[in-house]
Design a protein. Structure first.
Lengths: 225, 148
């Protein structure tokens, strides 16, 4: 295609491409920018193009719109960011959720990712997939339900595992653990002989019959007063 | 989720590791919160080596009190445990009424499962001994016989 031929078609083409871009991006400046990018791409490869280029230009515009929507991320006010601990916790939750999403059937997975990760609206997803908005919403709802159920199941399994582990440890401890330790003025002794000697001494203190000593003590008390 | 799991683990740990004598007012003494460990003799025995005494768990602390406050604090805690379990106290306070230099409490606590539980306290002047025991032992008289 010659430069003149391209210039002749460009203005008419531009209006058509803007209407395509606006289907994806709404009546925004971004739609205009996307069309501008399309025109530049077409201009750079005009030598390889042959008339009519309307179909090819439409595909290029549509692809650029999709790329743009994929890259678009909502901005977050940095002062409203949670602290580091919360962030790491959220990050872990998101990772866990992504792992669950990966187990979904491909349609549900794609729609869920497009909606929640790429931030696309159901209407946009319907256009990209060539489906109806109602169908996208239904699939999205089903996908969310499955993710929720699987996350709850994972959580319950983790709790059960921890509970069983702790009980097992406890039972093992109760059944098999023999403890034999003495702290004599801060110094630790674990040899059975020393510990049992200390134990007997304490037992002796309690059980010894000190009638004689008590009489002596009382006499001492009397005379010391 | 991580936080919730940590809370569950912490709660289970507390439940699992709770000491046998926990729930008693005298528990802080065993935990070293009243008399520092450097000043007392603490013994903890559990398992087969106690079968000779018909016991499964034995824990004792022995220390020399530095002042009257320490004696009073331990005494008051023991008194609270006796008041908490009035039907189980069968020991007599046989301290010299004049000097209060000696006192002994022997308290049988409510059973836990099949195990009898005992809390013993003896003060001889500044020397204080507190024992907590668990086992099939029926009475401290039996223990006295077994020690001989």
């Amino acid at each position: 295609m010659t430069t003149e031929e391209f210039q002749q078609q460009a203005e008419e083409l531009r209006l058509k491409l803007i209407s395509i871009a606006q289907k994806y991006l709404g009546t925004t400046d971004e739609a205009e920018d996307i069309v501008q990018d399309t025109m530049i791409k077409l201009w750079l490869m005009r030598d390889q193009l042959t008339s009519p280029i309307t179909g090819f230009a439409s595909i290029v515009t549509r692809n650029l719109c999709i790329d743009y929507l994929r890259k678009k991320h909502p901005t977050v006010d940095i002062t409203k960011l949670p602290d580091e601990e919360d962030l790491s916790d959220d990050g872990e939750q998101i990772e866990q959720m992504l792992r669950v999403i990966d187990t979904l059937p491909s349609t549900q997975r794609t729609i869920l990712r497009m909606h929640h990760i790429q931030g696309m609206k159901t209407k946009e997803i319907a256009i990209v997939l060539g489906s109806s908005e109602v169908s996208v919403r239904k699939t999205l709802s089903r996908a969310r339900l499955i993710v929720r159920k699987r996350l709850i199941a994972l959580f319950a399994a983790a709790c059960l595992l921890i509970g069983v582990s702790m009980m097992t440890i406890h039972l093992m401890k109760v059944d098999s653990s023999d403890e034999c330790v003495a702290y004599v003025y801060g110094k630790k002794y674990t040899d059975q002989q020393t510990v049992l000697a200390e134990m007997k001494r304490s037992m002796g203190e309690i059980t010894e019959d000190n009638t004689q000593n008590e009489v002596e003590q009382q006499l001492n008390d009397l005379f010391s007063n | 989720m991580k936080r919730v799991l940590l809370i569950i683990v912490a709660w289970l740990s507390i439940v699992v590791t709770a000491g046998a004598q926990s729930g008693l007012n005298i528990e802080p003494l065993f935990a070293g919160k009243i008399i520092p460990q450097q000043r007392m003799v603490e013994t903890r025995v559990k398992g087969k080596m106690l079968s000779k005494y018909q016991l499964t768990f034995f824990r004792s602390v022995r220390f020399k009190a530095n002042n009257k406050q320490e004696i009073n604090r331990v005494h008051d805690l023991i008194e609270l445990d006796i008041k908490k379990n009035p039907g189980f106290a069968y020991g007599e306070n046989y301290s010299s009424k004049k000097s209060h230099s000696k006192e002994t409490f022997m308290l049988q606590l409510p059973k836990e499962g099949n195990h009898n539980r005992f809390l013993c306290y003896k003060r001889n002047g500044e020397e204080v001994t507190v024992i907590y025991m668990e086992g099939t032992l029926n009475s401290l008289d039996t223990l006295r016989e077994l020690i001989k």
